[in-house]
Design a protein around this ligand. Structure first.
Ligand code: CS2
Length: 498
């Protein structure tokens, strides 16, 4: 049988092969505008909303996706031809696969082409929530001063030309200004990135930007807009051509925008919405008064452990996270990091058994069908590690706790950034907006062992801490001398060398 293109017109053709939306997509109101429609948004929030539409007819909550960058153009083009439909492929550890066409995104706007339409959609009375996944590095936060980065040229552009914004802040302010002028209530702003206190951080940044333009508007935002903090979780690897072929060969579906994910899904949200919200609690989303302990646990255990496997994994030549987990040295190293360096600082979390949570993480990482590439994990480490790993190190330095495992990863990252090759001499695929700066700092290492740490926007003042410098220096020297990361990990585990 010939493969058929996924779109609204052909949708019913697939009904005997995969699950397709049962609701009438034409009748839905767009209650959510989502900025940053990557794989994660599609496997997580859009999937939750899809289920609400399936099971509870929550017809006010369809999603309008927005891409802010020129780089989103390809996706926008594909989406147009697919009427925003895509297949979600859930890969279970035992080999079971579930494929389902998701219909909750009903429109997609490429902001560079239609800035006014994006502002008008956000300012439309139907829009109740603007949600975001703009990545850990996307918040325009200056880690040294803790303040909004007004030096960013795009931000300066948005201040000068507020009707033709480029940044997420420019768009949100333009739309909120319009709502205010029209006497509409503001939308809730819902951050779904892996940053502790993501809502608070976004609020602080947006208010700083708003105050520069319009104090009255800033006051209105400060008193009326809800910025719930959230913890989001579902491992979503990069879609590979194998998945596209799988859909073609198994179900005869041509889908150029499919997404793969694990079965696990979790969302914990503070119930602080200023203009209504979908009844997500019906699907097991947890609404809590304070998300802090959950987000800390998830970011410091799951996201940091990903980097703990990914960076040395990439250097050693392990292609994916499950392959790292199959290697007992890597698996033990990660467990030790979780037990000795993260668990002690987490404290007790009401309703959560940390031991079980860690065991569950190990199983999720070991899922052989997810094939989550180490290059995805290592991508943008300069934005990730200051959120995932470095805060743990700092807390352990304050409390006299163990710092060996976390320090080892930073030293490995230095070598990785300096040499840019695997142990077997093949080039590493380094994806990082800070790639050049990292390389410049790292390449001075052999003349000055702590040179890599002189990047205050990443390490702040860690390079002034004597205990840390001592540990770091001894590890980084060993890594440069031996170029055998796995061997050194195993020596660290036996406490032989460091
Ligand atoms: C990963 C996350 O980007 C990363 O380094 O740790 O994308 C992770 O897979 C998700 O946060 C899982 O919820």
């Amino acid at each position: 049988m010939e493969s058929v293109k996924l779109n609204a017109q052909n949708l019913s053709d697939f009904a005997d092969r995969v699950a397709i939306p049962k609701y009438d997509r034409q009748q839905l109101k767009k209650g959510i505008v989502h900025i940053g429609v990557g794989g994660f948004h599609r496997s997580h929030q859009a999937y939750y909303i899809h289920q609400l539409l399936e099971k509870y007819s929550a017809t006010d909550w369809a999603i309008c996706g927005v891409g802010l960058r020129e780089a989103d153009r390809n996706m926008a083009n594909v989406l147009k031809t697919q009427d925003c439909l895509y297949t979600l492929v859930t890969q279970h550890p035992d080999g079971k696969v579930e494929s389902e066409v998701i219909g909750s995104i009903t429109a997609y706007l490429l902001a560079v082409d239609e800035p006014q339409l994006v502002i008008d959609t956000m300012a439309h009375p139907d829009t109740k929530i603007v949600s975001l996944t703009i990545t850990e590095g996307g918040y325009n936060f200056n880690p040294i001063t803790g303040e909004f980065n007004f030096k960013n040229p795009d931000i300066q552009h948005d201040l000068a030309y507020s009707d033709e914004p480029k940044t997420v802040y420019g768009y949100m302010i333009a739309a909120l200004r319009k709502r205010h002028a029209n006497g509409l209530p503001p939308f809730t702003i819902l951050s779904c990135d892996n940053i502790q206190h993501n809502g608070d951080m976004l609020r602080m940044m947006l208010l700083a930007f708003a105050k520069k333009q319009d104090i009255k508007l800033a006051d209105w935002i400060a008193s009326e807009v809800g910025f719930p903090n959230t913890m989001v979780d579902r491992i979503t690897p990069v879609t590979t051509p194998e998945v596209t072929s799988y859909l073609k060969n198994t179900y005869q579906i041509t889908d150029e925008w499919c997404v793969v994910c694990e079965p696990f899904i979790q969302w914990v949200v503070e119930d602080n919405f200023s203009n209504g919200r979908p009844p997500l609690e019906k699907l097991g989303v947890q609404f809590v008064p304070d998300v802090t302990p959950y987000e800390k646990m998830k970011i410091r255990l799951l996201n940091a452990s990903h980097s703990v496997l990914g960076i040395p994994g990439a250097m050693h030549g392990h292609p994916t996270i499950d392959v790292c987990m199959e290697d007992s040295v890597f698996a033990k190293f990660m467990r030790q990091f979780m037990d000795m360096e993260v668990t002690p600082i987490l404290g007790k979390i009401e309703g959560i058994d940390i031991e079980k949570y860690k065991e569950c993480l190990e199983k999720r990482f070991a899922n052989p069908n997810i094939k989550d590439s180490v290059s995805r994990i290592c991508a943008e480490s300069a934005a990730k590690l200051p959120k995932f790993l470095i805060p743990t190190l700092k807390e352990n330095l304050e409390n006299d706790g163990s710092i060996k495992y976390g320090t080892f990863i930073l030293a490995a990252w230095c070598y990785y950034s300096d040499k840019g090759i695997k142990e077997n001499g093949e080039p590493l695929e380094i994806i990082d907006a800070q790639k050049e700066e990292l390389h410049q700092a790292a390449k001075k290492t052999e003349n000055d062992w702590a040179a890599f740490l002189s990047q205050p926007e990443i390490f702040e003042n860690l390079n002034k801490n004597e205990r840390f410098i001592k540990e770091y220096t001894s590890i980084v020297q060993a890594i440069y001398k031996e170029n055998n990361i796995r061997q050194l990990m195993s020596e660290l585990l036996k406490m032989e060398k460091f």
